[in-house]
Design a protein around this ligand. Structure first.
Ligand code: TXA
Ligand code: MG
Length: 353
C-alpha cells in the first residue's frame, strides 16, 4: 500500500469520510500541522492511530470538532465534556477563550464526557479538544459526522509534517489516503491549555502566543509541570520532533563560536545549520570559510519574522535531515514573544542533549 494523495475536492472529502466511518485512518490537513485522523468515538479506530504512529498509549490524543454552535454546551451535548464537573469560574474562562480563539490553534483540556473512549485520553480524567480553522479539516469532520482524534501525522518522536508529501514519507506505507490541503499556514502545533478551578496551565506552547491568551484570561498562565511530574501532560516528552541525524542546539556563545571558526577541524566533512534569519548563501559561505568544511544552511525567515519561521521550521529540519550533512546545528531563538517560545520548545526537544 502506498498512500494516495488527493487534492481536497468535495469528492475527495466524501471518500475520506467514508474511510473514517469504516474505522480507517487518513491524513488530514490542519492550519498547524497535518494530522493522522480517526473516529474519536470508535476505540478500534483510535487504537489504529496509536499503532500506525507507533505511539505509546500513555500519550493521549486531541479530539477535533467542527464548528457546532457557541461555547461548551454543544460539546457537552455531544458527550465530549462533562459540564457537571466544570466549576463556574472554569466555565466562564473556557467560554471566553473559545469565543476568541476557536476555530484556531488552541487546544483546551476539560473534564471528559461519557462518549470519549479511555484510549483517547490515556485514561486521564481530562480530554483535549480543538476546533481547527482549516476549511478541509472542518469539511471532513462535518462529512464524517463524528469528532476526529488526530495526532500529528509523523512516526512517534519524529518531525511533524506540514505538507501532504511529508505525511506520505512518514506513514505512506501504512495508510490509504492523505487529503492535500496545501502547506500548513501556522507550522507548529496548537497551544495546549489545561483549564481547572478558574485557572489555565500552559501544557504546550504553540500556535496561539501566551500573551494573547493572557489578555483574554486576565491573568498569567500557570507554567507546565516538568516532564515526568505526576501532573505533567503525558505527551510532553523531553525528546520529540527529532531528525534522524544528531542535531545540536547552539547557545548564544556556541553560535558565535561556530561563526568565528572555534570548531574548525573538529567537524565532519559536511554539517547542516538551521539559521534563524539572514541569507542562506551568505551564511554558508562565511561558515565554510571559518570552519573549512561544507555547510548546508536552511534559514527559517530571511527577515527574522517569527510567523514565517514557525511555518518553515519542520520543513527546514526535514531538508537538513535529507541533505548530505552528517551533523546538524540549530541556532537559538532569541524571541520570547509571539511564536518564539513554540519554536524554541520544538528545537529543544529535537536536539540531542
Ligand atoms: O496542532 C495540533 O494540536 C496537531 C493537529 C493535528 O491538530 N495535533 C497534535 O497532536 O499536535 P499530538 O498528538 O501530536 O499532540 C497532542 C498533545 C499530547 O502529546 C499531550 O501532550 C497533549 O496534547 N494532550 C492530549 N490529550 C491530553 C489530555 N487529555 N490531557 C493532557 N494533555 C493532553
Ligand atoms: Mg505530535
Amino acid at each position: 500500500m502506498r498512500a494516495e494523495i488527493l487534492a481536497a475536492s468535495p469528492d475527495a472529502v466524501v471518500r475520506a469520510a467514508a474511510l473514517l466511518r469504516a474505522g480507517q485512518v487518513v491524513g488530514l490537513p490542519t492550519e498547524t500541522v497535518y494530522g493522522l485522523a480517526g473516529n474519536a468515538l470508535d476505540p478500534d479506530a483510535v487504537a489504529r492511530i496509536f499503532s500506525v504512529k507507533e505511539r505509546p498509549t500513555f500519550d493521549p490524543l486531541i479530539v477535533h470538532v467542527a464548528p457546532l454552535g457557541i461555547g461548551l454546551q454543544p460539546l457537552a451535548e455531544a458527550g465530549l465534556i462533562d459540564l457537571g464537573a466544570i466549576d463556574l469560574a472554569t466555565r466562564d474562562l473556557a467560554e471566553r477563550l473559545l469565543a476568541r480563539f476557536w476555530p484556531g490553534p488552541l487546544t483546551v483540556v476539560l473534564p471528559r464526557g461519557p462518549r470519549v473512549p479511555d484510549l483517547v485520553t490515556s485514561g486521564l480524567p481530562g480530554v483535549a479538544l480543538r476546533m481547527p480553522a482549516h476549511p478541509v479539516a472542518q469539511a471532513l469532520i462535518r462529512e464524517a459526522g463524528v469528532p476526529l482524534a488526530a495526532p500529528s501525522a509523523n512516526r512517534f518522536g519524529r518531525i511533524s509534517p506540514t505538507t501532504a508529501l511529508h505525511v506520505q514519507s512518514e506513514l505512506g506505507e501504512r495508510i490509504a489516503l492523505i487529503l492535500d490541503g496545501g502547506a500548513c499556514a501556522v507550522g507548529v502545533e496548537s497551544t495546549v491549555l489545561a483549564l481547572d478551578a478558574g485557572r489555565a496551565t500552559l501544557l504546550r506552547p504553540g500556535g496561539v502566543p501566551r500573551a494573547e491568551l493572557e489578555v483574554v484570561a486576565g491573568f498569567t498562565l500557570g507554567a507546565a509541570p516538568p516532564p515526568g511530574a505526576a501532573s505533567a501532560s503525558p505527551g510532553m516528552l523531553a525528546s520529540h520532533y527529532a531528525p534522524r541525524k544528531p542535531m545540536h542546539l547552539l547557545d548564544q556563545a556556541l553560535a558565535r563560536g561556530l561563526h568565528s571558526g572555534t570548531f574548525a577541524g573538529a567537524l565532519p566533512a559536511t554539517i547542516g545549520v538551521l539559521a534563524q534569519e539572514g541569507d542562506a548563501q551568505a551564511h554558508a559561505r562565511a561558515l565554510e570559510q571559518a570552519l573549512g568544511c561544507r555547510v548546508r544552511v536552511e534559514v527559517l525567515s530571511p527577515t527574522g519574522a517569527l510567523d514565517e519561521a514557525a511555518r518553515r521550521l519542520f520543513a527546514a529540519m526535514r531538508a537538513l535531515d535529507a541533505s548530505d550533512a552528517e551533523v546538524l546545528f540549530a541556532e537559538p531563538v532569541r524571541a520570547t514573544l509571539g511564536l518564539g517560545p513554540a519554536i524554541a520548545d520544538r528545537l529543544r526537544r529535537a536536539c540531542v542533549r
